[in-house]
Design a binder for this molecule. Structure first.
Ligand code: AMP
Length: 307
């Protein structure tokens, strides 16, 4: 466990002085985290929660800042969740640096980091999964079978451990946010789900932990994702409403970058995620594009310019 100057990494026994925490603490044990959060509940504290896989950037920090504003205690989880990665995906190479993340988290007022090992979350004999039907079958769900089952399982486990009143998710993972909202509603989980806007680099690239994989040349080519959103909005602004025609133009645009390979690109209804033939006030452009080996996702509502 990494330890930095301003925080402590705990193992058993339980630090019972958390009422609330005076300095940021890192907890790795499920039972310690759960007891800690139960104690905070009993003292009437509102727990704001931001689940992440770490390698924090401004996108994550925007969620944490909003959590700081809305809760008495701000909890961040850092867990590279193996059940949401496919066999040929980047689980082993996913960037990890707890010291770096802890320093960033502390700089925005995080009280507690929950950073369990995989064996702590999925011990021997683990056999239970949460599945949301319908919303998970298209887009990233079609491209990454089992991905959302892993996401909904870990998020429901994290909710049970952290017991937050409010949890923050980015619209960067648009489909994930819709799936989490559905799960929370369907399972009557007592958590308010807040979705926050995509944070972008100055040149338009959506911030992502996976951007670290990009060479300078791929990083430049990756700007085609945000350019595709801008182009779609421009076409809609000029009166184009046929999704097929807009998507044909965007496919051509993306193909102009030699390393870009479209995984999917669709125009869907923002709530149902069903594909649309005609753009309307609820249309969202969703895409996943490989730049070399790196798969990036991006999205944007087209409604700002739709009539
Ligand atoms: P991750 O660590 O990639 O699992 O992301 C954790 C949370 O941060 C998710 O709710 C993401 O949607 C959110 N997030 C990731 N990138 C961004 C971004 N560029 N802007 C806003 N939120 C983001």
């Amino acid at each position: 466990m990494d330890e930095g100057p301003g925080w402590k990494a705990f193992d058993f026994p339980l630090p019972l002085h958390l009422t609330p925490c005076t300095s940021m603490e890192i907890i790795t044990s499920v039972s310690m985290m759960q007891q800690c959060c139960l104690k905070l509940h009993r003292t009437g504290k509102k727990i704001a929660f931001v689940p992440t896989m770490g390698w924090l950037h401004e996108g994550h920090l925007s969620l944490l800042r909003e959590g700081r504003r809305r809760g008495d205690v701000l909890v961040l989880s850092i867990f590279v969740n193996p059940t949401q990665f496919g066999a040929n995906e980047d689980l082993a190479s996913y960037p990890r640096d707890l010291s770096r993340d802890a320093a960033l988290a502390e700089s925005v007022g995080t009280d507690l980091i929950f950073a369990p090992e995989a064996a702590e979350m999925y011990p021997r004999g683990y056999a239970s999964y949460v599945d949301v039907e319908g919303l998970t079958e298209s887009l990233c769900g079609a491209a990454r079978p089992g991905h959302f089952r892993g996401v909904t399982t870990v998020v429901s486990k994290l909710f049970a451990i952290v017991q937050p009143q409010v949890a923050f998710f980015g619209q960067k993972d648009f489909q994930q946010l819709a799936v989490i909202r559905r799960m929370t509603l369907d399972l009557n989980l007592p958590v308010e789900i807040v979705g926050l806007p995509i944070v972008r680099e100055a040149d338009g690239l959506a911030m992502s932990s996976r951007n670290v994989y990009l060479t300078p040349d791929l990083r430049r080519q990756a700007l085609v994702l945000s350019r595709a959103i801008a182009t779609a909005r421009q076409l809609v602004g000029q009166g184009e409403t046929a999704a097929a025609s807009i998507l044909a133009d965007l496919r051509q645009l993306i193909a102009s970058e030699p390393a870009a390979r479209i995984d999917y690109i669709e125009i869907c209804h923002q709530f149902t995620l069903q594909p649309q033939q005609q753009v309307d006030a609820d249309s969202v452009l969703l895409m996943a594009v490989f730049l070399g080996e790196t798969r990036l996702i991006d999205n944007g509502l087209l409604r700002e310019v739709a009539n």
